[in-house]
Design a protein around this ligand. Structure first.
Ligand SMILES: Cc1cc2nc3c(=O)[nH]c(=O)nc-3n(C[C@H](O)[C@H](O)[C@H](O)COP(=O)(O)O)c2cc1C
Length: 200
């Protein structure tokens, strides 16, 4: 049985446009891969705390010197990483908020970027340790940015995932969702087509 990890980052949980795309992706994926276990992570319903100094110091404390509070922080991060590590494929619903990724997703990224656990530094530079997975990013945007310098999300998400070893990353865009019904319907239809092609 393979495992598909679905991560929703919309403020609106399952009601977000990006979440509806991940939902559709999962349905199509399961139709083509019936032997799939789907694990869901909703970053709005179950937010990951922002990384602060206390939490970061827990990550870097020597295991034998961690306080109980620090161990709890590490256990939380370890659980997120285990969920990711055991997934064969990952689908992320990625809204654009104020020209960037949702802060909920950034907080999640900040908890899965762990030196010595998900990446390590070598003489040849950093090496990602979460390998052998494919990620699908379903990006929902009110405006239209893909392929322009204003699309800071695509390069950032690709760089971050690549840094921890997930280098096989595919993006699907639903753009112009706030530019009238015609634009929205066309964007969603195009995204649905791309999804169907990807999961066929
Ligand atoms: C707080 C907020 C900020 C937004 N900022 C942007 C933006 O900078 N650029 C953009 O194209 N759309 C922006 N939008 C529109 C969203 O990208 C669009 O509604 C998209 O559907 C969000 O994904 P979701 O429905 O999955 O939450 C914003 C929406 C919200 C709620």
């Amino acid at each position: 049985m393979s495992k598909l990890l679905k991560i929703n980052a919309s403020l609106f949980s399952g009601n977000g446009q990006s979440s509806q795309l991940t939902e559709r992706f999962v349905a199509a994926w399961q139709a083509g891969h019936p032997d799939t276990q789907v694990v869901e992570r909703d970053l709005a319903a179950n937010p990951v705390p922002h990384l602060d100094g206390t939490r970061f110091m827990a990550f870097v404390a020597k295991p034998e010197e961690r306080s109980a509070e620090q161990q709890a922080v590490v256990d939380f991060s370890d659980a997120l990483i285990a969920e990711l590590r055991t997934a064969d494929a990952i689908v992320i619903g990625l809204p654009m908020y104020n020209f960037g990724i949702p802060s909920q997703l950034k907080a999640y990224f900040d908890h899965i970027a762990r030196a010595g656990v998900t990446f390590r530094y070598t003489a040849n530079g950093p090496e990602g340790l979460i390998t052998g997975k494919k990620a699908y990013i379903l990006a929902a945007r009110g405006g239209i940015y893909a392929g322009t310098p204003k699309d800071s999300q695509t390069a950032y998400v690709r760089d971050f995932l690549g840094f921890i070893g997930i280098t096989d990353v595919e993006f699907i865009y639903a753009e112009g969702l706030n530019m009238g019904d015609e634009s929205k319907n066309a964007a969603l239809a195009k995204a649905h087509q791309s999804l169907a092609a990807l999961t066929a």
